[in-house]
Design a protein around this ligand. Structure first.
Ligand code: 0O2
Length: 234
């Protein structure tokens, strides 16, 4: 794939991503009546770089060609939506699905069912209609919906562990999984403060702390992490 071919190839994916960003911005303003309750903290977006496209195709044992990129990759355009609360994520997804010109290609709810390593996020690949002179075509955009704490954990795990090889990987993975559990509890507590509900029967802080302490395998980290974080923020 030459540079020129790459830039031509990604153009409609860029267009699809921009259309989706505009839709998300509109929802951000209109999802709730209360303007103080805006659901989105921030949005990141990217188009996969040429080298990453080629590497991903090679990993999938495909020739690194544009045709294969189109056929086998659905994350060339990516949008990450960072929300305040889990409820905001589900409301946004529901609202997006009501937009009848978008098609849902694939959906993975790693919030309801986190990955074994503790990763949480809601992934949905939508087909966005892009119109040009000779007609319309759907282009996929991968959206990852996360809360701030999910994004914090995933970004750090991506940097420290995801796709890395290191001798202490098992040890670090166990620690990160534990931190993921702590973040779930902190997130639920924050939701309680504002009356948001991430589950029907949220834990009390005392109960959450007790669980954090009994679940930990790493006593050097255990002393009351959740209250340390609360103190920093106050
Ligand atoms: P990168 O480096 O972020 O681009 P796919 O791998 O997309 O062909 P799959 O397995 O259905 O297909 O994808 P999934 O599970 O929906 O994951 C897609 C993306 O989510 C990943 O892209 C990561 O960005 C993120 N992700 C998934 N699992 C994890 C995880 O355990 N930790 C972290 N930090 N991120 C994760 P890529 O292309 O794998 O990686």
């Amino acid at each position: 794939m030459t540079n020129e071919q790459y830039y031509t190839f990604i153009q409609p994916y860029t267009d699809a991503k921009e259309i989706l960003l505009a839709r998300l911005n509109v929802l951000e303003h209109n999802l709730y009546n209360d303007s103080a309750a805006r659901p989105i903290h921030n949005i990141q977006n990217r188009i996969k770089k040429k080298k990453s496209i080629e590497n991903k195709l090679i990993k999938k044992e495909k020739e690194p060609t544009m045709m294969n990129a189109k056929d086998y990759l659905q994350d060339i355009a990516g949008v990450r939506v960072i929300c305040y609360f889990i409820e905001d994520i589900y409301s946004l997804i529901e609202a997006l699905k009501l937009q009848s010109d978008l098609i849902v290609i694939k959906e993975r709810d790693y919030i309801d069912r986190p990955k074994a390593n503790g990763y949480r996020s809601y992934h949905v690949i939508v087909g966005v209609p892009v119109y040009c002179m000779d007609g319309m075509e759907y282009f996929p955009v991968e959206i990852q919906f996360r809360t701030m704490s999910m994004d914090f954990w995933a970004s750090m795990e991506h940097r420290i562990l995801y796709k890395t090889t290191r001798d202490d990987k098992a040890q670090i993975a166990a620690e990160l999984k534990e931190y993921a559990n702590v973040l779930v509890k902190i997130e639920k507590r924050f939701a309680d403060y504002t009356g948001e509900r991430t589950q029907k029967d949220p834990l009390s802080l005392e109960a959450a702390e007790a669980i954090c302490l009994t679940e930990t395998d790493h006593p050097e980290f255990s002393p009351d992490l959740s209250s340390q974080i609360f103190l920093k923020e106050s």
